[in-house]
Design a protein around this ligand. Structure first.
Ligand code: NAG
Ligand code: NAG
Ligand code: NAG
Ligand code: NAG
Ligand code: NAG
Ligand code: NAG
Ligand code: NAG
Ligand code: NAG
Ligand code: NAG
Ligand code: NAG
Ligand code: NAG
Length: 781
């Protein structure tokens, strides 16, 4: 790789929003790293050693907090006497500088799934200063902890915390161990172990327990689990803090075990509404009205107990009304609620800042009236509450809600629901709208964030979004994708650049308002009523696949390329599933038995090939998910429970399929043992119906699928490989030769939505995928 001497001096000013954003310095000035600069330097250097191994000797770091400045982070990189010196305002700033240098000067790449760290023999000269434009870079959704991190061990956390720092995140949820704290609080309030056991869900469902949506499902939690969670949380907090990442801890939102009603019969509690059909055994804990004195007492106890165990950085997440509306529209009530929640925090920690997910303002009819939002959020002193504009790339609320009526907010890309796979993203929107939002008149935006429900897909989109930290003008995306490809695979290749350009302009350029939830014909519950829909031309993806296949031999040494080759092949087969499904349905309706049978055997072959290609890559296997779950357990009984949690979350999601498929995973093992058998059964019943000329009873077949495939899969204890098998390039080529012509022939029509009649805008805000999906899924953020 030929390296040019780099001599750039970049200072990015926070333009129009500067005056406003800086206003919050007084209120938020104390939300900063508490660890000494020496400790942060050491932690940053240790991270560099982990990341660069022996090459780390060529780097030195220097942390210099910006004392009394405007609270913005920056880093400087230059080369002196053969050493790359990185200085910055925190450990995070220094590691962000490192990643900047690796990405743009050394053309290297670090991602969740694979890294390319083939650095030039002699590290290039450099002279760069970059100021991070906003005060905060926020990371995590309250659901990420259940969908992606639930079974992680310390090694996985350590690597991921390094990734956070490399990508500039300085404000991050730290949600482990909170049930152990709650257990102590509950016991102090005289709840029995049995009361607590019927309340706590299993590990895979804790996010929804915490939001008051469900209780008890997949639980209870053992002493060993609590001990492990506390141990892990302490390690995570220690590492985050040492790098200058500010951890966000939970606060009391009002949701309580049912037993509270027995102990406090005189207190005003309401039962939460039923959520997604969870029955009474698993739904509807109590909600304690925030204006009750008991609310403040419990809130204070919780924060004090938590502080004693974990310390605090004075910033707390609290979402009282996530999918539960306040009981009245009375504005003075709303104002009191806001004040009560906040004072429950400040009673224990006078410096408390309240951070909340703004999802409710989008998802609930209740908050359509801006006056309610204004009353609620301005009941907290200005600057003492931060709102996460949770899915700014698709449903931004900061304009409708007039810059949150003066409260600071963070522009967040949510991107993924349920941690489902499938290529998609809105790169044009994130490239442009973050900058527009920051520069709006009177903008109260103080940060950018990632709030995916699940990670480990579509890394390219996250890579682009994190750069918003310093990007003051939109990038040329064609050029950006080209560079991404070079960094990720370690070299330029014309075909691969072309392929990624096709993906950029198709799967990754979504700008509609249909909700994307990772449901496709192959992953969804078989039905005669699937509504196949997409926003891009399939042919762009086929063409990208052809180009990948044509150049695959040149990249067998690139783990990231092999990952992407598997993912792209998966995407093509996923599309093939949609295309063949429509064919199949047409023949079924036309009662064309011969064509139906030919097509159905092809359709079922898609699953075989899909499982085959996925099995060649470690990132697409069911085995590691199950083994990780079992590894968290202290005994065999607990291992069974955790495995059940792990299997249920990604399939039925609830005992009866309450939000079935919501967190589905296109993994080898799930495809072969779950998606495929469901369809095989369904198709068999369709075939019988054709031959016997009897009416096809879909609800009967669904019942059969539940009994014969879905539920047994969740109870099964069969082992799945934890290591990949087979040659990804050879298998991808084989699949390509089997499918490319067939697919092209079938889907010569371009975008599936081309001929669809325009629906009314009201209709278009509805769930797009399954018009008569049942049960109705209320999706949460
Ligand atoms: C680095 O850049 C700054 C700003 O352009 C300049 O003042 C300084 O002399 C440069 N240092 C070197 C060693 O080139
Ligand atoms: C818990 O029980 C003890 C002993 O019965 C009682 O003194 C105390 O008041 C109870 N505490 C609460 C919060 O109800
Ligand atoms: C873990 O399991 C062992 C063996 O069953 C048991 O002795 C120990 O008490 C358990 N640890 C905890 C914290 O429950
Ligand atoms: C309970 O709280 C609701 C508001 O959430 C209020 O309307 C009702 O009057 C309260 N009831 C009592 C007995 O205080
Ligand atoms: C809820 O569903 C579970 C699992 O099927 C069942 O055991 C329980 O009895 C049900 N509870 C109620 C109240 O129906
Ligand atoms: C911005 O703030 C100024 C001064 O406070 C005010 O005059 C102006 O109307 C505001 N503009 C918008 C678009 O809110
Ligand atoms: C964007 O970059 C591409 C590739 O380098 C280049 O061909 C194109 O002209 C650029 N577009 C603009 C608007 O600068
Ligand atoms: C891509 O890399 C080239 C060469 O380093 C650089 O000039 C260009 O600005 C980069 N494009 C983007 C969008 O960063
Ligand atoms: C799909 O391709 C056709 C023909 O090339 C083109 O006219 C159309 O704009 C494309 N649609 C999308 C959504 O890219
Ligand atoms: C690009 O693909 C073509 C086939 O479409 C192939 O002949 C050529 O060798 C490939 N080029 C590179 C650089 O891989
Ligand atoms: C379909 O099967 C269900 C049982 O799952 C039954 O209740 C229903 O009557 C059947 N419908 C018809 C039209 O046969």
């Amino acid at each position: 790789m030929e390296m040019q001497r780099i001599s750039v001096f970049v200072v990015l000013f926070h333009l129009a929003g500067a005056a406003i954003g800086d206003d919050f310095h007084e209120q938020l000035g104390h939300i900063r790293p508490q660890v000494s600069k020496e400790d942060q330097s050491k932690a940053a250097l240790d991270a560099i050693k982990r990341i660069l191994k022996e090459r780390s000797a060529e780097f030195s770091v220097d942390v210099n907090p910006d004392q009394g400045g405007i609270g913005k982070d920056y880093f400087k990189i230059n080369k002196q006497e053969g050493i790359i010196k990185i200085s910055g305002t925190s450990g995070v700033a220094v590691l962000t500088g490192l990643n900047y240098y690796l990405k743009y000067v050394c053309e290297a790449h670090i991602s969740w799934e694979a890294s390319q760290l083939d650095l030039p023999k002699e590290l290039p000269e450099v002279n760069i200063t970059v100021t991070l434009i906003d005060r905060f870079r926020y990371y995590q959704n309250v659901c990420t902890t259940s969908y992606s991190f639930v079974w992680w061990n310390w090694q996985q956390w350590e690597k991921h915390i390094d990734w956070m720092a490399l990508n500039s995140f300085n404000l991050v949820l730290a949600f482990n161990g909170q049930e152990a704290i709650w257990e102590r609080v509950y016991k102090n309030l005289n709840l029995t172990q049995a009361d607590i056991d019927e309340h706590f869900t299993g590990p895979a469902f804790l996010s929804w327990l915490r939001m008051g949506n469900i209780r008890g499902w997949g639980g209870p939690l053992s002493r060993a689990w609590h001990e492990r969670s506390i141990w892990l949380q302490k390690k995570i907090l220690q590492r985050m803090r040492s790098l200058g990442i500010i951890p966000v801890l939970p606060a009391f939102a009002g949701h309580l075990p049912r037993a509270f009603q027995r102990i406090y019969p005189q207190v005003n509690m309401t039962r939460m509404e039923q959520w997604n059909h969870f029955n009474d055994t698993y739904c509807c804990p109590y909600f304690l009205d925030p204006t009750e004195d008991l609310f403040k007492a419990i809130g204070k106890m919780f924060i004090e107990e938590q502080m004693a165990e974990f310390g605090t950085d004075h910033i707390y997440n609290c979402d009282s009304f996530n999918e539960v509306d306040p009981s009245t529209s009375d504005l003075s009530y709303l104002s009191n609620v806001g004040k009560s929640i906040y004072s429950a925090m400040t009673d224990a920690d006078p410096k408390a800042i309240w951070i909340m997910q703004g999802w409710l303002f989008y998802s609930s009819e209740y908050w359509r009236d801006p006056e309610k939002v204004e009353t609620f959020i301005t009941s907290v002193p200005r600057g003492k509450m931060i709102i996460l504009d949770l899915q700014s790339e698709q449903f931004p609320q900061y304009q409708r809600l007039q810059q949150y009526f003066g409260q600071p907010y963070i522009w967040c890309m949510l991107h993924d629901f349920g941690g489902t796979l499938g290529m998609f993203g809105s790169v044009s929107i994130i490239n442009e709208n973050v900058i527009k939002a920051r520069n709006e008149p009177n903008s109260t935006m103080i940060g950018t964030g990632l709030t995916p429900e699940g990670i480990n897909q579509n890394y390219v989109v996250y890579d682009l979004m994190t750069e918003s930290a310093w990007r003051s003008e939109p990038s040329n995306l064609t050029s950006w994708f080209r560079n991404y490809t070079i960094r990720r695979y370690g070299r330029y290749n014309e075909n691969i650049t072309k392929a990624w350009d096709l993906l950029r302009g198709s799967v990754y350029d979504y700008s509609g308002i249909f909700k994307l939830r990772g449901k496709y014909a192959i992953t969804n519950t078989p039905s005669l009523k699937l509504n196949i829909w997409t926003w891009y031309n399939y042919s762009d993806v086929y063409e990208a696949w052809d180009l990948f296949i044509a150049s695959a031999d040149e990249f067998i040494d690139s783990p990231a390329f092999l990952h992407d080759l598997v993912d792209l092949t998966r995407q093509v087969l996923q599309i093939a599933g949609d295309v063949y499904y429509e064919k199949l349905l047409g023949y079924f309706r036309g009662k064309n038995i011969q064509a139906f049978e030919d097509t159905s055997s092809r359709f079922l072959n898609i699953f075989l090939d899909l499982d085959l290609i996925l099995s060649t890559n470690k990132d697409f296997l069911l085995g590691p998910w199950l083994e990780a779950a079992k590894a968290c357990a202290n005994d065999t009984k607990e291992a069974e429970l955790f495995e059940y949690n792990a299997r249920n979350q990604i399939t039925l999601w609830g005992p009866h399929g309450e939000i079935i498929n919501y967190a589905n995973k296109q993994w080898s093992g799930v495809v072969s043992h779950y998606f495929q058998p469901r369809w095989a059964l369904f198709i068999n019943r369709m075939d019988i119906s054709l031959h016997t000329k009897t009416r096809f009873n879909e609800s009967l077949v669904k019942q059969e699928m539940f009994e014969r495939v879905e539920e047994p899969f969740t109870f099964d204890r069969g082992l799945f490989p934890t290591e990949p098998t087979g040659d990804p390039v050879g298998i991808a080529k084989e699949i390509h030769s089997r499918w490319s012509n067939l697919i092209l022939m079938l889907s010569s029509k371009s975008a599936r939505n081309k001929n669809r009649k325009q629906r009314s805008s009201e209709e278009r805000t509805a769930e797009p995928y399954f018009e008569d999906m049942e049960p109705k899924v209320i999706v949460l953020g």
